[in-house]
Ligand binder design. Structure first.
Ligand SMILES: C[S@@+](CC[C@H](N)C(=O)[O-])C[C@H]1O[C@@H](n2cnc3c(N)ncnc32)[C@H](O)[C@@H]1O
Length: 220
């Protein structure tokens, strides 16, 4: 995706020393329409959100694995930002690549993101290796308060993998699930490898495997 990683100029510990971090927090971004399930999952682990911004649940303490989170922001920093320019500079000083999540203060957030290096969000042509450069996430908690995480659970903006779709070949849209799983895993069957597709009908996954050149036994 053409991300270029520039060496961090200021480390997170330095930011902490500068008194910018109020406490360690993690943030969980629910998949669209699954906020309730994520909230319930966290509640069962005795985790209550400190704050919510759109689908993003901001919680105390280190992140726990979550089945309902589409994306997890680790070790978030809460940063006072007096201006749009300051916000962009603070983020650039941490690392190059940032993805915005802006359910609130959208116009101001967009102006900040415009001042950050461009991060390509071009849809992927399957199969493709996921980007390797670190991608952080940020949101505006308030017009003058930023929440940022340099390290997130996937190298895709807001955890979403976008593909150039194949609207001609596959018999259904299930192929997209397998594409996503394989890109996230960073491995897919090679030509000549043998695959067993159990419960294969109508054949979306079998289509993907066969297209990769695998020898597929499909059973339904
Ligand atoms: C959601 S569909 C699978 C879609 C498929 N992965 C694709 O990519 O198109 C689930 C399939 O599993 C099959 N199935 C469910 N239980 C099964 C079993 N015990 N043995 C074999 N097939 C089964 C069903 O007949 C159904 O066709």
């Amino acid at each position: 995706m053409g991300h270029v990683h520039r060496k961090r100029r200021r480390s997170k510990p330095q930011l902490r020393e500068a008194g910018r971090l109020s406490r360690m927090t993690s943030a969980y971004l629910a998949a669209e329409g699954f906020d309730g399930q994520l909230l319930e999952e966290l509640r069962r682990r005795a985790i209550a959100p400190l704050a919510t911004r759109g689908r993003l649940l901001i919680c105390d303490g280190p992140a726990v694995p979550s089945a309902w989170a589409a994306y997890i922001w680790y070790d978030c920093l809460e940063l006072p930002v007096a201006s749009i320019g300051t916000a962009a500079k603070v983020l650039r000083d941490i690392q190059r690549n940032w993805a915005m999540y802006a359910p609130l203060h959208h116009r101001r957030a967009a102006l900040i993101q415009e001042r950050l290096p461009h991060v390509s969000a071009k849809p992927i042509v399957f199969p493709a290796v996921a980007p390797t450069a670190p991608l952080g996430s940020w949101t505006l908690l308030a017009p003058d308060r930023l929440l940022a995480a340099a390290h997130c659970s996937a190298p895709f903006p807001n955890g979403e993998v976008a593909f150039i779709e194949d609207r001609e070949g596959p018999p259904n849209r299930a192929y997209l699930k397998l594409w996503e799983a394989l890109v996230r895993l960073g491995r897919w069957p090679q030509a000549g490898e043998r695959c067993l597709d159990l419960g294969a009908s109508p054949g979306g996954w079998t289509y993907v495997l066969a297209k990769l050149g695998a020898v597929v036994v499909a059973i339904d």
